[in-house]
Design a protein around this ligand. Sequence first.
Ligand SMILES: O=C(O)C(=O)Cc1ccc(O)cc1
Length: 421
Amino acid sequence: MAAYLKRLHHISLHASNVDKVVHELVSRFQFNVFAARLTDRAKQLALRRGSAVFVVNERPNEPVTGPQSRAWSSVTARDHQDLKCLYGAHAHYPVDTVSNVCFEVESVERASRALRDQGLCEFLQPPTEVRDARGRVCFSVLRSAVGNVCHTLIDCSRYRGLFLPGFSAVEPGSQTAYPAHCPISHFDHITYACPRGSTAHITRWYQQNFGFQRFFIDRDEDEEEGYVLDHDGIGLRLTALEYRERSESGITPSSRDEEWPDCKFVIAESLPEQGSNQVDSFLDQHRGAGVQHIGLYTDNIVTTAHTLRLAGVQFYSPPPAYYTEVGKQQEILDAGLDPHTLSQYGILLDTDVHTHTDSRITPSQRLLLQVFTKPLFGDNSFFLELIERRGASGFGEGNIRALWRSVQNEERERRNRHTLR
Ligand SMILES: O=C(O)C(=O)Cc1ccc(O)cc1
């Protein structure tokens, strides 16, 4: 039986320079630091924008050891002082990375037992209870089927504190310059870059362990093959998974959106025929599979991109011709948007190709607006995306192609600059 997930709790990043990444997320991406765990040996800062929470951890230089060797442990947050990073302590990795996607569960013990019974998971930390004066949480940590990515399972139902035991509140102060104009509300999707031939295994792993279900990006998508783009220089296989919320008792919570704002997982694999590409570059730079990008949902991409641009965020832009092409220009105008405004920020517009069960939604009502940022850590590694959905629940082929081209062009230019030096 699969383990039940309640919702996404937070996403952990590991960076060699925590202050730099936190500064980037606060001053540029308008996140607020709300909690911190600072000890002699650990530095963990929690940042929030809507329900999207990142925890930025200092990247340890050597493998972390701690109470994970015990079968079942119960410790105070103070006991964990020597654990460099609590709640996902096993992130020894040579480069800055997204290391952990933490899920909230109803019972860590039951979920961990269900996963052990499946026999497909390697546990890095058995169910462990951590407490402080505000209550206790239970968590366990396991390795995912994707590169260095781990999943922490956590139950916070008996904790009254601000975030997690061991973390203290950080006063809001004047962290963000433009808080009113940045309506980012949640994580929309997490995209993995994966080696060739690994998609089927990863898909099965999430289906069997957590009960994820396939989300068909295209109505003609083959169940085994996924959504394949393999012409015009693009060699990409995309397979999307979604978590249709259930609860352990079998009763679906009534306010779905509040409980689990639909966060899809996308598995991106490069196909060999079209030559080396952005998925391959990620695998190379990141030294293996991992989280390539995270989509941040906003209900107004234009104001959000404007705010972020003013704050110094750099976006990938498609070639200028994208916005003057007659069909695209009309599509943009029909959506009540201004091609010039979209072009200023590199915002892409598409209709998604997902088959809608609701036939009342016509293609023109299924609009998808996306813009992709330049990498957060370094060349060709992890980046963020802004996404606004107007009736569209999937991904647009046109946007994927436009993103692909902008990244490939930029890479070509970078390589040329390098050879000229
Ligand atoms: O469109 C999205 O946000 C996706 O997640 C699809 C995707 C995946 C990988 C790429 O290198 C480019 C696009």
